[in-house]
Design a binder for this molecule. Structure first.
Ligand code: NI
Length: 257
């Protein structure tokens, strides 16, 4: 592959999903990643998969959480599974958690309750969080500003002003494959205006595949194309983007690399 030319630069994908069901050969996908990935769980099944992957692979770190789309399938044991593994050094955050009003607003109160319950865990165990917020940015912000936490506002899709507000209360802005899409001028403009040090790069694999592979299943090694796009937008070198964003990722998630 031609991008092996850049083999000296370690890549860090700060947010992906590595479900066994999503890939024909997940082990190959992981072995093809020249760097570190942070795999996020979304409910019991994927949280358990994350736990087994971080055991198996040195370069896979994990986060455990209950995604707002999965709140109907959980029990108290779901929270116990998360809590009892938060002392595992390779579980670096709670996530993917948050609010999603895209498909339904009927369960807003319950979404908030589950989100807050996990923020309390993050506070208790001093863990960063990976936040999903879709069509719910104001409620997400209003809740997070009551907590003194840090982490990533993953796949950020709101305004520059909101990005600044989240940064002010301690968060980094997660950006990924959507940056490379033709119709994504809004998030491109935001990236141009933000400080490089406030960005976290992510693929959200297997979703949101960047160009030139849009339409195919996303893999963590495609983080290279996200970094390349950020370099283009910031008018700087790939090396600078990787140096700065890798440092942010290491600090934010306490990665021991
Ligand atoms: Ni995700």
């Amino acid at each position: 592959m031609w991008y092996n030319f850049f083999g000296d630069f370690m890549l860090i994908d700060t947010h992906c999903h590595l479900g066994r069901e999503d890939y024909d050969n997940l082990d190959e996908v992981i072995l093809n990643m020249n760097g570190i990935m942070i795999a996020s769980g979304c409910e019991d099944k994927t949280n358990k998969e994350v736990l087994s992957l971080v055991e198996k692979y040195d370069n896979v770190y994990g986060t455990l959480g209950i995604h707002p789309e999965n709140i109907n399938s959980i029990t108290d044991e779901s929270f116990e599974l998360i809590e009892k593994n938060l002392n595992n050094k390779k579980i670096v955050a709670i996530g993917e958690i948050g609010l999603d009003y895209h498909y339904t607003k009927e369960n807003i109160d319950y979404q908030k309750e589950i989100f807050i319950r996990q923020l309390e865990l993050a506070k208790k165990y001093n863990k960063p969080i990976i936040v999903h917020s879709r069509d719910a940015i104001k409620d997400t912000y209003d809740i997070l500003k009551e907590y003194n936490l840090k982490g990533s506002i993953h796949c950020f899709s709101s305004s520059f002003e909101m990005a600044k507000e989240f940064i002010k209360i301690g968060y980094k802005i997660g950006v990924g494959g959507t940056l490379t899409f033709k119709n994504s001028s809004k998030i491109q403009e935001i990236v141009k205006k933000l400080d490089l040090k406030d960005l976290l790069l992510e693929t959200d694999s297997p979703y949101l595949t960047p160009e030139p592979f849009r339409g195919k299943r996303n893999v963590p090694s495609n983080i290279y194309y996200v970094a390349l796009k950020v370099a283009e937008l910031k008018n700087t070198s790939l090396e600078e983007v990787l140096t700065v964003t890798n440092n942010t990722a290491k600090e934010e998630f306490d990665l021991i690399v």
